[in-house]
Design a protein around this ligand. Structure first.
Ligand SMILES: [Zn+2]
Length: 272
């Protein structure tokens, strides 16, 4: 009798132990109610050579999920798993979202930015290092892949300068946003509508500063609605111009900038 009981206890223990040995999870079932935690893709230039970029992004506190080299042809190096947070965005805001590292994938592109170092930001686009076709072609493939896997909205592919306009300039005015738009990536404006709106504003005057600031805020920019172009709101406007109208990014409102902005705002309104 005791022998039989002993055998049963041993059998139960073995069962429990073998269940434990399979690990903390016994079964995986795919739930319908889920989405990716990744909402944004943030683009950067490294402002350093390839060698220094790799060293800094792997050995220091700053990092990114991907690095696109300036080799010919360009290569894509992954530095952080997409399921983990990379430290690339810093203090940042878009709409009501803040500190975007937790919700974004960061892509650094090897590019030196302004050719001349110094405190003054070069106002001529030719004074900024151009991106190579090979870099942009690799970036487009990578963006399409990430966007599809995480279901990221086009308007959430952003510049570091968009989400931190008081601190950052990258990926700079030489970055070809329009090329990305032609590939269906990112947010872009209707060129015909903008041309006619530009003519209208030149003839009839610009919308009020407050309504232009509200439009920037509606798109996602962190801007105070002061009703006048403070130096902080000019920095925001410069970020907007570097993204959408890079031939002139002086942070001053003009008819074409206003037309692009109001056209994008109208598109945003029709989406909601
Ligand atoms: Zn950056």
């Amino acid at each position: 009798m005791f022998k039989k009981l002993f055998k049963s206890v041993v059998a139960i223990c073995c069962l429990v132990l073998s269940a434990c040995a399979t690990g903390p999870v016994d079964e995986y079932r795919e739930a319908k109610g889920q989405d990716s935690r990744v909402k944004y893709i943030i683009l950067h230039y490294t402002w350093e050579s390839l060698m220094d970029s790799i060293k800094i992004l792997t050995e220091q506190e700053v990092s990114a999920h991907y690095l696109i080299t300036d080799e010919e042809p360009a290569r894509v190096i992954q530095l952080v798993d997409e399921n983990r947070r990379a430290w690339h965005a810093g203090k940042s805001q878009w709409g009501t979202d803040t500190n975007l590292n937790a919700q974004s994938i960061g892509i650094e592109i090897v590019n030196l930015g302004p050719k001349q170092s110094g405190k003054k930001v070069p106002s001529d686009i030719n004074q900024w290092q151009a991106y190579t076709s090979s870099q942009i072609e690799r970036l487009i493939v990578l963006l399409k892949d990430i966007q599809q896997r995480h279901q990221i909205q086009g308007k959430n592919i952003l510049a570091h300068s968009d989400i931190a306009p008081q601190r950052k300039l990258d990926p700079g005015p030489a970055f070809p946003w329009q090329w990305l738009a032609q590939e269906g990536l990112g947010r872009w404006y209707d060129e015909h509508q903008v041309a006619s709106l530009t003519r209208k504003y030149k003839k009839e005057g610009l919308p009020s500063t407050l309504s232009l600031q509200k439009a920037l805020k509606t798109l996602g920019y962190d801007i105070e609605l002061t009703g006048d172009w403070t130096s902080k709101s000019q920095q925001v406007l410069r970020a907007f111009q570097m993204h959408y109208r890079p031939v002139k990014f002086d942070g001053r409102m003009d008819a074409q900038t206003a037309a692009i902005l109001m056209n994008l705002r109208a598109m945003e309104a029709s989406e909601n």
